[in-house]
Design a protein around this ligand. Structure first.
Ligand code: TIU
Length: 217
């Protein structure tokens, strides 16, 4: 069984029951001139994940891991967006440089070209921060007998954390890949990763992508 040097200890996984989860690598969050940047965020903090994640995806595909992508966003009429979310995110649904912000079907809502899903890879659309809430993710994982998740994407302290916490409570073992998750805030990146592996791995494990790629070969 492949084993990865990780924090707080070795992470072993069976490739046939492991999925590589790529969270919200969407143009709205990552493209210069997009929604994320318009909020005053430095998208370079997220864009540094693209290269290692491209390599990890290639290794995951070659090893036969199930690959699952997610996108945060809403129906065009915003009927799936809680008023409380809209009050604190009034730009959701507004016209932005890449179409209506975080609206399904818009250019900005889709995944960046570098990480385009391949045919047959599920793309889970989610209205919340967590990938389990109001989605079919549990069913997709159950149908394939998935027990372990290798977690990547953005942002570390928001959608990655929420999803890892949801997954942990559902019994999945989560390995978060530190160079393949990104935050607009370096401090949150550092502390967010520490929080996952603290207390003996309270939410999971943390490793870097070269260690995972080596274990997959
Ligand atoms: N995908 C995700 O993390 N959604 C966010 O809104 N993240 C922020 O950090 N704002």
């Amino acid at each position: 069984m492949p084993t990865v040097e990780a924090d707080p200890g070795p992470f072993s996984f069976a490739p046939e029951s492991t999925a590589l989860l790529v969270i919200d690598m969407q143009r709205d969050f990552l493209l210069p001139g997009g929604f994320g940047e318009s909020l005053g965020n430095d998208v370079a903090q997220l864009r540094c994940t693209i290269e290692p994640l491209t390599a990890l995806l290639a290794a995951g595909r070659a090893a036969g891991l199930k690959i699952i992508h997610t996108r945060e966003g809403h129906l065009p009429d915003l009927s799936d967006c809680p008023p409380a979310k809209l009050r604190r995110g009034p730009m959701i649904g507004k016209e932005g440089p890449f179409g209506r912000i975080l609206i399904r079907g818009e250019y900005g809502h889709d995944i960046i070209d570098e990480l385009r899903p391949e045919a047959g890879e599920p793309v889970v659309d989610k209205p919340g921060k967590g990938a389990f809430y109001a989605t079919d993710l549990s069913k997709i994982l159950d149908n394939d007998g998935i027990k372990s998740l290798i977690v990547t994407g953005v942002t570390t302290e928001v959608c990655v954390h929420t999803t890892v916490r949801e997954a942990n409570d559902r019994g999945y073992e989560c390995l978060v890949i530190k160079d393949c998750v990104g935050s607009y805030f370096p401090e949150f990146q550092r502390v967010g990763l520490r929080m996952i592996a603290a207390q003996g791995g309270i939410f999971g494990w943390v490793a870097d992508s070269p260690a995972v790629i080596a274990a997959l070969q």
